[in-house]
Design a protein around this ligand. Structure first.
Ligand code: F6P
Length: 561
């Protein structure tokens, strides 16, 4: 394991390494190639550039790549020791070197009997015990055996958390909504009081269960929302302090803070510091998922992820889905200069996937210092963004089709929809496939001219319209097609992206498992909160921040006059 060097003013040498230089050279040949000509040269391209895993298709044929590109990228993966690093992660080595922690979200979905060691201690018994505790609890709540303060069964679950303690469970609950039965689940993350106020308005304290989900249990937004929920709960007639135990549970790694908050440790579900927040949905943080769809479905989700873990560990690099996705991302980000990448699900239940992957990817690989403390002299994590593809088509796809930037895209679709409206499903699928085609093909002058002529447009007008209606295409896309969105396929899909992020981080020699950058804003917010609460400027800021703060205070004080 490479040791952590805390301070270094040296720069990383990745971009002068042999594999990198070979890719720079190859990029010179590839940069002006059009994908359509690559298909002309190789009519087998679809077969050559697709992979299938348990009914999940990865079609990466619509990329500006050739066999040679992939070979050179694989050399880069090997040069960077990605396979050894992967094995170190699965083996429980402390690859999160700045926090001196193992990275073992994969152990949470290890369904085999094999042990996983952290510091010579097998962590699997604790993982299984917590899953069992989760099963007993969720079965009780779902069956109505768990009674609220007035003896009524629980009808509503409120997950209070933020970041990984919110996005993961919310993404999965939405994705698996067709599997839900009797409970409604709500997510509160924003400290803007409107979020929790709007949520509480709909709820009955007698039948509501709050899950306070926070790895650290010190996150200001979560604790503030949880306190508000508790006040709301206790503010009802006939509700007494001891009723809290029937309506509040915690999920955390921090039992001290959980106790301090007033939640009985019997009602706490544990996880461990070797689970990163953005990788925690597989842990007890997934309790809202298990409540919503049942523990058996939650286990299927874990099994799907485990299957992808095995594929990642065992498949040769050239047939390894996460490796292929990661390498293609590096190819565009580092050699074509792509700044962003869009996630475009064509499945309504995957509507939260872009937001989930924004955190997973950008909080992991948004780094400018490598594992050894050296400044990276190459780009790292791209801006990840997106929305449901079909809505995006009517909003921002214009820029994908005719803008000036190269924006690689991932299209994600399911063949079998949970909807019974088959005409809707066909329209949705036709749009997904057509968009990947249009992004690749574009439309040349000849085709445009012909189309306008056939539409009876006059010659003079045709010539005026031509530049506006012609576009180059050559926008790359991956298509990930699921047979259907099930707990298992979803588990595999999410693990696919986790490992893609891992591979990219390893290529760039990053620590993908810390997030020091988010701390400064939190610290400054604490100072500014003091100032807002005391109604005056207390600390020295820069001129702009002082100006903004004073403007805010002045205006607010005018309201009071
Ligand atoms: O501030 C960022 C972050 O630490 C994320 O990494 C994390 O998912 C989120 O806040 C919530 O943290 P916690 O689960 O400790 O409340």
């Amino acid at each position: 394991m490479r040791p952590l060097r805390l301070v270094s003013n040296m720069k990383s040498t990745l971009n002068s390494s042999p594999a990198w230089l070979a890719l720079i050279h190859h990029h010179r040949d590839m940069q002006s190639k059009h994908m359509m000509t690559l298909f002309d040269k190789n009519p087998n391209r679809f077969n050559d550039f697709t992979l299938e895993f348990e009914g999940i298709l990865l079609d990466y044929s619509k990329n500006i790549i050739t066999d040679k590109t992939l070979k050179l990228l694989i050399k880069l993966v090997k040069q960077q020791g990605v396979e050894q690093f992967r094995d170190a992660m699965f083996a429980g080595e402390r690859i999160n070197n700045t926090e001196n922690r193992a990275v073992l979200h994969t152990a949470l979905r290890n369904r085999s009997k094999s042990p996983v060691y952290v510091d010579n201690q097998d962590i699997m018994p604790a993982v299984h015990a917590e899953l069992e505790k989760m099963r007993i609890f969720t079965d009780k709540v779902r069956s109505g055996e768990w009674k609220g303060l007035s003896g009524k069964a629980i009808t509503d679950i409120v997950n209070i958390g933020i970041g990984g303690s919110d996005l993961g469970p919310q993404t999965v609950c939405c994705a698996l909504a067709p599997y839900a039965s009797n409970l409604d689940v709500h997510f509160v993350s924003n400290v803007d009081g409107m979020h929790i106020e709007n949520c509480l308005k709909k709820l009955n304290p007698e039948t509501t269960l709050f899950i306070v989900a926070s790895k650290t249990f010190t996150t200001q937004e979560t604790i503030t929302n949880a306190e508000t929920a508790k006040r709301w709960f206790l503010g009802h007639e006939n509700v007494i302090e001891s009723d809290v135990a029937k309506h509040f549970v915690a999920v955390s790694t921090n039992d001290k803070e959980v106790s301090k908050f007033g939640i009985d440790l019997d009602n706490m579900f544990e996880f461990w510091d070797w689970v990163g927040g953005r990788y925690s949905l597989w842990s007890t943080i997934g309790i809202s998922i298990a409540l919503y769809v049942g523990m058996d479905r939650f286990i299927e989700l874990l099994e799907g992820a485990e299957a992808m873990d095995k594929h990642f560990q065992e498949a040769p690099l050239e047939e390894n889905m996460p490796v292929i996705l990661a390498m293609i991302g590096v190819w565009y980000g580092n050699f074509f200069g792509a700044e962003s990448s869009a996630i475009l699900p064509y499945d309504h239940h995957l509507q939260f996937l872009p937001a989930y992957l924004e955190q997973a990817d950008m909080e992991s690989n948004g780094k400018s210092v490598d594992r050894d403390g050296k400044e990276t002299t190459y780009s790292t994590g791209k801006v990840i963004w997106g929305t449901e593809g079909i809505n995006g088509q009517h909003a921002f796809y214009q820029l994908l089709h005719q803008g000036t930037r190269l924006i690689p895209t991932d299209f994600i679709a399911s063949i079998r929809s949970h909807s019974k409206l088959s005409n809707h499903s066909n329209i949705l699928a036709s749009n997904f496939i057509a968009q990947t085609e249009a992004l690749m093909r574009g439309r040349n002058m000849k085709e445009t001219r012909l189309q306008l002529r056939n539409a009876g447009v006059e010659l003079k007008e045709i010539e005026a319209h031509l530049p506006h209606m012609t576009f180059r295409g050559n926008q790359p896309s991956n298509s990930i097609v699921l047979d259907s969105l099930t707990p298992r396929s979803l588990g595999s899909l999410l693990a696919l992206y986790e490992h893609k992020i891992f591979v990219q981080g390893a290529i760039w020699n990053l620590n993908s498992y810390d997030q020091w950058g988010v701390e400064l804003g939190k610290k400054l917010a604490r100072n500014i909160l003091d100032e807002l609460e005391s109604d005056k400027s207390l600390y020295e800021h820069d001129n702009s921040t002082d100006g903004l703060l004073n403007w805010f205070l002045d205006r607010r004080n005018k309201d009071k006059e």
